[in-house]
Design a protein around this ligand. Sequence first.
Ligand code: ADP
Length: 638
Amino acid sequence: MTDLSQARQALKQHFGYESFRPGQEGVVEAILSGRDALAVMPTGAGKSVCYQVPGVVLNGLAIVVSPLVSLMGDQVRALLDAGIRGAYLNSTLTPGQQSTVLRRALDGAYQIMYVAPERLSDPRFIEFAREAAIPLVAVDEAHCVSQWGQDFRPSYLTIGDFIALLPTRPIVAAFTATATARVRADIMRLLDLRNPYEVVTGFDRPNLYFGVERLDPKRKIARIAAYALEHAGDSGIVYCSTRKDTDKVHAALLEAGIRSARYHAGMPTAERQESQRAFIADDAPVMVATNAFGMGIDKSNVRYVIHHNMPGSIEAYYQEAGRAGRDGEPSTCLLYWSDGDVSTCRFFIEQESGNEELSTEEAEAVRASRRRLLAAMTGYCHTTGCLRRYILDYFGEEAGTAPQADDVGAEGAPSAGCANCSNCAGEFESMDVTDTALAVMRCVQELHGRFGKGMVVDVLRGSQNAKLLDMHLEEAASYNTVNVPAAQVKEVIELLAASGYLLITEGTYPVVGLGPRAREAADEGFSLSMKRVLRKPERRRDGVGGGHVFGSSGAPAGDADPALFERLRTLRKQLADEAGKPPYIVFSDAALRDMCARKPATDEEFLEVSGVGATKLARYGEAFLAEIAAYEREGAGS
Ligand code: ADP
């Protein structure tokens, strides 16, 4: 049997999947043929399979280096549940347990072992590794090796040394979801990858619906609660930018009868751990959290991620939103934002650099780069084009190709729309605001960037306010040249700032000045358009996503057996609780849906369900087949 067909067999037997996904097969094949590999794949693309399958097929002990200590237990439980002999070694084990693991590993008890990077410089571990047969070292979250990435971990720099100490050089495979060209080069160099097979799969996550809506802060919570109620039973994450908001939203959801947990850095460790446990076990399907939550979370059945506030960058947003739908099932990502979110971000940018040990120029460089990240993020909120396209272009820019934030205010609906975001779904129309924009530009220039947004609006609308008259601003040429509501002028100002025509700094006193692209606004072809909600949000039942193609249940259209799904979900929860495992490890939502579609009646049919391998059949087949049979009988009788 060839290596690849062995790999396919392992994929089927242990994971219950018929075929590798695009990107996976090449990596697996490279590793099995003895070649290093570097795989850049978005969250949910299935990186784990790329090293777990070779780990099963290759003789010896595959080492997986991962920074996510809190995740290792779950990852190994999932392996064991799939009939793969896995183990982990980290500081959560007692010294006695660690010795046992190492001894058993030398006896060949395991196929795959997860370790934290710190472990690789521990003399005892090195001694062990020199004795063990290690065919593969897989480095997860490989971007942590680079100082250019967000999550630099100095301990990752020891991985190369560790590998060099082994008597036989193993295959080295590196995996990451976030890698710019620069970070990728660092990974190659610092992990000393030799002629690696490289694959960069697209960043697109077609199963995610993206929605953006500007909402008055007072209305956000009600909308979030309504969404959660309507999707009761579904697992979701609500991200808030502050601890205070987290507490508030959490309290409101509990009040509304939604089983939710809460997580932020201000809570005692024990409480945080309990929240995380409850969320993973689906005891509290909804998690309300700050961005402190998520890094160690592998839950595949998160059906929605709602942002109660706008984050500071597209990177942060896509990472957080991307925690939805890892199982590939349709899932929803909603961003509710308000002007306050933007000023909060600006405020933090101007504040933050003060407390770092940076020179003045360095601090300013950091601020400048954060401002750019923020401008791209606000651009996402304002764009009338396809939201998915916007994100993908942004990451394209990162890799050094397309310009950024440029389709902000682009005319009309996107020509190549994704049909699965709030803009493409036609929930907004775009309104030409070029005239207002030009008036704003003239006014800001005339005021020499000395005033805030409010004053610019007042001047343009010909206000009689005392401060304005005091400074004789009624004599300005742009005074009383605009006849649209103040809120709309403000929005145009924000839009101009988001696209770089204006620059708003937020010190103690926020000031509107000309931005780097101010000149372009004088070009003949300049135009600007703005989003306007088409339908009344109150009348929509499904938050922003009311009109999206998957319907309000978040289930694919045509997938009609919610009652059976509910029963299988309950059974899964019950079996998981009995075994002390998270439900998503027993079966993914995707597997449950496939069961609903196929309604298997025999072991053979059960094996055909995507996500069911031999081990899962043996472990859970009987219970699920019985439940499905019972459901069919009752259905027939009614
Ligand atoms: P990543 O580590 O890239 O974020 P995971 O390894 O967690 O992604 O995989 C995401 C989900 O996709 C998991 O539920 C996994 O079981 C599933 N999956 C992986 N490979 C396949 C495949 N070939 N066919 C179907 N589902 C797959």
